[in-house]
Design a binder for this molecule. Structure first.
Ligand code: URA
Length: 441
């Protein structure tokens, strides 16, 4: 078999056979296919697409390109969750303890942030002592202790996806439904999930800019799950503006703490409860099929403080430090460096998630390149969101860096410019956007 023929077949819009996809994934993993040929095929896939059986073959072969986790020792159905990425997305450290508090084991592998959507691992590492490198062999021990374990994705898991993703990143081939769907599903399958809940973000700060593309991506992942015997639920959520009020590692973890004290922003609350309820509905400790009834059950656990206990016990289980009252101890202190004020009266029409995300990276909350060092105290607090009424001079958002960062750096000015551009104020009343747009299975 020749790689050149595989590229030509896809270039002319043909369906790739299982053998061709296997040849390709093997060659990516053992590095026998040069980057230029891999990139050429990736571009042909972007342009001519793949059908569901090609996508499933690609997914399963990438999942088997390295180590796969066997979680059968936990003797319960493992339901995993994943987000296609968003600004201010701190759902994982909220949803995990919520689901674990129902006696449902949760095993989650998460990534570090690259680009303007932050990574869960970076957020949790802003807590003093929190360990994110947990060996697979100890997962059961952690789950027995607090019901959940979260670890950094290792290079041994779906290594073909890792190779492909780094090439996609530099060849303009990230935004492709078959490539995103197979990338996400291969990691979930290799991670041992029996069923999967996917938060498919949609809007300015997401890969899928409009609802039709978000539905198409969801359907592709549901189809792959069906063929692979792993049921998938997709919750399509809005990323027109950042989720919640905080963007940045310590700031977001502080917002997570507030959630468990019953003080969450409404959009964050709705998204987290819907994701957690969808996971519970797919587990084998099903209480009811009715999502709103499960949401009520979760709300009762938040109100009674049981959910907060589960959260603190998850933090302690992985070495994270808290003070006696259970509040998190962080590695740094966020300091306000600039406040952006409204220049006119009116209603907030947009808080563009991509600009806020880019501003957070400039402040030091994320990485432009893999080797960048994160400032855990950096980020933004959004004081106003879409639909809010403001008067001239009201604070729209505050920009933070860590205590020891240089507040006079040029990046601060650039971040201020982006945050100013993110806020659009209009005269007409503006509805608060729906945060959960659709749920597909
Ligand atoms: N997240 C992934 O894991 N892969 C993609 O291709 C896009 C988002």
């Amino acid at each position: 078999m020749e790689m050149r023929d595989i590229i030509l077949d896809k270039r002319y819009g043909k369906r790739l056979s299982e053998e061709q996809i296997q040849f390709f994934v093997r060659g990516v993993t053992d590095k026998s296919i040069p980057d230029y040929q891999i990139s050429a095929l990736l571009m042909a896939i972007v342009l001519n697409g793949m059908d569901s059986s090609e996508m499933t073959d690609l997914t399963l072969m990438m999942a088997r390109s390295g180590q796969t986790l066997d979680l059968s020792a936990l003797s319960q159905r493992i339901v995993d969750k994943h987000s296609t990425g968003g600004v201010g997305d701190k759902c994982t450290p909220i949803v995990l303890p919520l689901v674990a508090s129902f006696g449902i084991p949760v095993v989650k592998l998460s990534g570090r942030g690259l680009g303007f959507t932050g990574g869960t691992i970076d957020k949790l590492e802003s807590i003093e002592g929190f360990r994110t490198e947990i060996p697979f062999s100890r997962f059961s021990e952690y789950v027995a202790r607090c019901g959940a374990v979260l670890s950094a994705q290792t290079p041994e898991l779906a290594p073909a996806d890792k190779e492909l993703y780094s090439l996609r990143d530099v060849t303009g081939t990230v935004e492709s439904i078959p490539l995103i769907a197979s990338s996400i599903m291969s990691k979930k399958i290799a991670g041992g999930a029996d069923a999967i809940v996917l938060d498919v973000t949609c809007g300015d700060g997401a890969f899928m800019r409009d609802i039709d593309r978000a539905r198409e991506l969801s359907q592709a992942m549901i189809d792959i799950g069906r063929i692979a015997g792993k049921p998938v639920t997709c919750v399509i959520t809005s990323m027109r503006q950042p989720l919640g009020h905080c963007v940045g590692n310590i700031l977001e973890m502080h917002e997570v703490e507030e959630f468990f004290l019953g003080k969450a922003a409404e959009d964050l609350n709705t998204v987290c409860l819907t994701l957690a309820a969808s996971m519970i509905r797919m587990s084998d400790i099903l209480t009811t099929e009715d999502l709103s009834e499960i949401i009520d059950q979760i709300q009762r656990k938040i109100d009674s403080g049981e959910a907060r206990k589960a959260f603190v016990s998850f933090i302690h289980s992985q070495g994270g430090q808290t003070s006696i009252d259970g509040s998190l101890i962080f590695k740094d202190k966020p300091m306000v460096r600039f406040e952006i004020n409204a220049e006119r009266d009116g209603y907030i029409r947009e808080v563009l998630a991509s600009d806020i995300g880019k501003a957070s990276v400039l402040l030091g909350a994320g990485r432009k390149v893999k080797s960048d060092i994160i400032d855990p105290g950096a980020g933004l607090i959004l004081r106003k969101k879409i639909g809010d009424y403001v008067r001239t001079g009201d604070c729209l958002c505050s920009l933070y860096t860590g205590e020891h960062a240089d507040p006079g750096s040029a990046s601060l000015n650039e971040a201020v410019g982006l945050a100013q551009k993110a806020y659009v104020i209009g005269s007409d009343e503006q509805a608060h956007p729906d945060e959960v747009i659709d749920i597909l299975y």
